[in-house]
Design a protein around this ligand. Structure first.
Ligand code: ADP
Ligand code: MG
Length: 243
């Protein structure tokens, strides 16, 4: 079986600073893998290397068997299959929720306006903000904005979703709505690589949890193992701080 994501000996330097020091991991189709670890450990850089927002210094990244690090690869074609959701929602402030979910479909996938609108409404309904189609981002709560951002990614029919701390900018009472949407996506079989501090979500939803520290993977295993019974001192220290 082809892995949905395969990362082989990935190194990333910013100048002299080596922030990823030989990462190896795989995500299989339909799996949910949560990446946890302290601030500065390289989690975002790792995710960004999976859709080439950052160019790996050394090593290989494959998405669905296609080597992204091959200089001849059609990066746009690969990226189109990968949805990404950031901590900051990055919605266009001058566009409604509906327009935010339509624009990339029209520009990138060349869908007509009618089709883009139908797909946008479907996905806004799916994430529970169908009643907010005509609202501008400033009129929405953070949780609603993040769900619009998820709908925008889903409207592109991605094979794979990357989430970088999607709930970290939200007020605590709004976190649950976003996690519920993510849990539903996982249940539908979406392949997901999720950087998160939500240990409850990781425990309940993830097939595997990866603990990173200092640019390396310290532990990789089932949630009950990595969160419930960590083998490494560094993992225990981190969990003591967040749990
Ligand atoms: P995390 O997401 O785990 O908090 P990051 O991947 O954001 O960690 O950052 C890992 C390290 O790489 C940090 O030391 C950070 O300062 C550095 N870093 C991240 N992005 C850049 C960049 N564009 N230029 C220089 N250094 C960066
Ligand atoms: Mg980060």
């Amino acid at each position: 079986m082809t892995h949905a994501i395969e990362i082989a000996d990935l190194h990333k330097y910013f100048g002299q600073n080596e922030v990823l020091k030989g990462i190896r991991m795989t995500v299989d189709p339909g799996q949910v893998v949560c990446v946890i670890g302290p601030s500065g450990s390289g989690k975002s850089t790792l995710l960004r290397c999976v859709n080439l927002l950052e160019v790996p210094t050394k090593g290989k990244v494959f998405v669905d068997g296609v080597e992204l690090t091959d200089p001849d690869v059609d990066i746009d074609a690969v990226r189109r299959r990968i949805g990404m959701v950031f901590q900051q929602f990055n919605l266009f402030p001058h566009m409604t929720a509906l327009q935010n979910v339509m624009i990339a479909q029209q520009r990138v996938l060349k869908r007509g306006k009618k089709e883009a609108e139908v797909v946008a409404r479907e996905n806004l309904d799916k994430v529970g903000v169908g009643a907010k189609c005509d609202a501008y981002p400033a009129q929405l709560s953070g949780g609603q904005q993040q769900r619009v951002a998820i709908a925008r990614a889903l409207a592109m029919n991605p094979d794979l979703m990357l989430f970088d701390e999607p709930t970290s900018a939200l007020d605590p009472e709004l976190v649950g709505d976003v996690l519920t949407v993510m849990r539903k996506l996982a249940e539908e079989g979406m392949t997901m690589l999720v950087v998160t501090h939500e240990m409850g979500f990781a425990r309940q939803v993830a097939d595997r949890v990866v603990f990173m520290d200092g640019g390396v993977i310290v532990e990789d295993g089932e949630p009950a193992q990595v969160i419930g019974d960590p083998q490494q001192e560094r993992t225990r220290t981190f969990l003591h701080r967040v749990l």
